[in-house]
Design a protein around this ligand. Structure first.
Ligand code: NI
Length: 227
């Protein structure tokens, strides 16, 4: 499932992050491409080891892990440090699937990429093209979100970024390993959690039915989770 997490960053926070990014030194994105994706990847990236990437990445993770909708949808076990890319002047990233296993460059820890994230850092009116196109079970989804919003999607999906024909598209992109490996199980837990949240406001979090459903939620996590 594709889930939009709105307002991970406020407009002010986007402006602050962009001020740092716009002053940073970018490198050719092909330096980190694998043998297949090097054929289709034309963009710019912030070096992962740079101060800017590390400081801004930590800030984004702080905001994200405090977001209840993100936690409910992703149930993250481990999150890779956010990376940053920029597309301008016909730059593009053709159709591909991201690597299944990635190494955290800061800790050398290996993790399985269950979910991919793109946090948009350019306002949609500031560029043309640059849509994130994701092949989903339900068809092809075209994603272009307001600056500060994030899309969360299964890393098993074929996806591409269409050529930018005007302006610049800046974003942060990264991956996580979920405690729940199966996308279908994660979907059930997300729907159940959202229902429990809504029941908590209508009939109360201590109502018998809410307590029972909360118990079911935790017991399903106990059955499916890898920690
Ligand atoms: Ni990708």
């Amino acid at each position: 499932m594709l889930i939009t997490i709105p307002s991970v960053l406020s407009k002010d926070e986007v402006n602050q992050v962009r001020a740092h990014l716009d002053a940073a030194d970018w490198e050719d994105g092909s330096t980190t491409a694998g043998p297949q994706s090097i054929e289709v990847k034309r963009n710019q990236q912030l070096p992962a080891a740079s101060d800017a990437a590390q400081t801004l990445g930590k800030f984004i993770l702080q905001k994200l892990t405090a977001d209840p909708l993100f936690i409910s949808a992703a149930l993250p076990a481990r999150i890779l440090p956010p990376m940053f890319n920029k597309y301008e002047q016909a730059e593009t990233f053709g159709s591909h699937i991201d690597n299944a296993i990635r190494v955290n460059p800061l800790t050398q820890e290996r993790l399985r990429t269950d979910l991919s994230m793109t946090l948009f850092l350019s306002a949609p009116e500031d560029y043309d093209g640059g849509e994130l196109v994701i092949e989903d079970h339900y068809g092809t989804q075209t994603v272009k979100l307001p600056a500060g919003d994030m899309i969360l999607y299964p890393a098993t999906s074929l996806h591409e970024v269409t050529p930018v024909t005007r302006g610049a598209r800046v974003s942060s992109f990264f991956w996580l390993q979920s405690m729940i490996r199966s996308d279908a199980h994660r979907r059930i837990l997300f729907d159940l959690d959202q229902s429990i949240q809504s029941l908590s406001t209508t009939i109360g979090s201590n109502a018998t039915e809410t307590v029972r459903l909360t118990g079911i939620y935790h017991n399903l996590i106990r059955t499916w989770a890898e920690t």
